[in-house]
Design a protein around this ligand. Structure first.
Ligand code: ZN
Ligand code: ZN
Length: 285
């Protein structure tokens, strides 16, 4: 919690005027203990999970011909109730597993040094930290995901996430509770190794969730801003992992494509793409 109760007190103590961003942060956080700010994470998780997949839900239900051409597995359509049941299953995991984990993890967050003070990060600082978090997450998630495709890992845990052979945005966090916990480790590793301000910490989990929803959306939207991110996997890339199913030995990475390329686990996908390309070009002849 900030040691100042008001703007006047902060400016008098620091001997200078606060920036607009600092004033906003002071107004928001001045009377909130740090553990309350930390618990915002579960609140953001629920809010963003309830909002971000909505455009995909409407697209799926509208059966719009315009959008259907971007559907990756075009023959498979989900009903309202399919999607609603997925939402309620995920919310149960959030409330019964992720929520309590947040309550107990507060001392760890303090220990690793997530700040809540007025020394707000610059945009560049946030950018570099988020990039480091994404690289760390991607690398460790890749290896854990490969382990989840071992016979034991798949049968005991990971088969739940693969119930969706044609994924939907709402199914991004649809998984066994143990998988939610295990795959939470690489997400926390970046902030633990390179701790920053709690705003960066919140933003990281929000962006990670948005990315997971997009990659599970089932739609390859050509004008998505993520197309400009170098080595970004995207919806088609992860959709293939679900399409190939439990035996899938392809496309394990969560965000980027380079781990699959380096370790040779994108061969199935590249072969699949070249077959599709040949089929499409012979149709055009
Ligand atoms: Zn998998
Ligand atoms: Zn998935």
């Amino acid at each position: 919690m900030l040691p100042y109760k008001s703007l006047q007190e902060a400016e008098a103590t620091l001997g200078r005027e606060l920036t607009v961003a600092q004033k906003l942060w002071l107004n928001y956080s001045a009377n909130k203990p740090d553990y309350i700010l930390h618990y915002h994470n579960i609140m953001f998780l629920i809010i963003f999970y309830s909002i971000i997949p909505l455009p995909y839900v409407f697209i799926e239900l509208s059966c719009s011909k315009k959008m259907d051409r971007y559907k990756i597995q075009s023959k498979i359509k989900k009903s309202f109730w399919d999607m609603f049941n997925c939402y309620t299953d995920v919310m149960q995991i959030f409330l019964l597993v992720v929520g309590p984990l947040q309550l107990f993890s507060y001392p760890t967050i303090k220990w690793i040094g997530i700040r809540t003070d007025l020394a707000l990060p610059t945009v560049w600082e946030m950018f570099w930290q988020l990039l480091v978090y994404a690289l760390i997450e991607d690398y460790f998630n890749y290896w854990i995901h490969r382990w989840l495709h071992s016979k034991w890992g798949y049968q005991k845990i990971h088969h739940v996430h693969h119930e969706y052979a044609a994924p939907i945005g709402l199914a991004a966090p649809y998984a066994h509770w143990a998988e939610i916990l295990i795959l939470g480790i690489p997400s926390f590793l970046g902030p633990a190794l390179v701790p920053g301000h709690i705003i960066t910490y919140w933003l990281w989990f929000i962006l990670r969730q948005m990315e997971a929803i997009e990659t599970h959306s089932g739609y390859e939207i050509p004008w998505s801003p993520t197309k400009y991110i170098p080595f970004y996997g995207g919806a088609e890339y992860h959709d293939y992992h679900h399409y190939a199913g439990g035996q899938s030995q392809s496309n394990f990475a969560s965000i980027f494509t380079y781990c699959d390329y380096i370790y040779g686990t994108d061969k199935g996908y590249r072969c699949h793409k070249s077959i599709l390309k040949k089929a499409n070009s012979s149709k055009g002849e």
